[in-house]
Write a protein that binds this ligand. Structure first.
Ligand code: MG
Length: 176
């Protein structure tokens, strides 16, 4: 099976990193957290000027590497599919690849998409997508089986939602 996996807040603890490094920026700009994340200009500027630092010590989600290795060893192909673009970095593909490769995650291909992922999933013959975005989960719904990675426990009533990487493996029957 070919499994697509989102990167930010599914493999990487990205939001945790933003929170860790946003304080100085908020003080310097004299803005609130809400303003930072609702205003595209601030958001792009913050991430762009801090991207190296933000991802220099990013953590993986708990058990993520262990389960991705299991999925790979079970004979699946791993595609990392992330909605990143060059807004935040001049060489986003190379930058993203470098930040992933530090962890020895066994993946076949890294795919950078726009906001929507259905097209990339179809083009890459993805059979199963794992993503923390409810937006992507809804977009792919009924077209490609999607597991909603919901470790913040916001969508408890959704089908195929999990709160941990171990649960992903269990949901897939321990072997896929
Ligand atoms: Mg994400």
């Amino acid at each position: 099976m070919r499994i697509g996996i989102d990167l930010d807040d599914t493999i990487f603890c990205t939001t945790e990193q933003y929170k860790k490094y946003q304080t100085d920026y908020l003080l310097k700009q004299n803005i609130s957290v809400d303003e930072l994340w609702s205003n595209r200009e601030y958001r792009v500027d913050f991430i762009k000027s801090n991207i190296e630092t933000i991802f220099s010590d990013v953590r993986l989600k708990e058990d993520c590497l262990k389960i991705i290795n299991k999925l790979k060893n079970d004979g699946n192909e791993i595609y990392i599919i992330t909605a990143r673009n060059n807004d935040y970095c001049d060489h986003m593909y190379a930058f993203t690849k470098r930040s992933i490769d530090r962890f020895n995650i066994p993946y076949t291909k890294l795919v950078l998409t726009e906001k929507f992922k259905l097209k990339s999933c179809i083009e890459n013959n993805i059979n199963l997508m794992i993503d923390d975005s409810k937006y992507i989960y809804d977009e792919l719904n009924d077209k490609i089986k999607t597991i909603l990675f919901d470790d913040k426990r916001k969508y408890l009533d959704q089908k195929d939602r999990v709160s941990s990487w171990n649960e992903i493996y269990d949901l897939l029957g321990g072997k896929v």
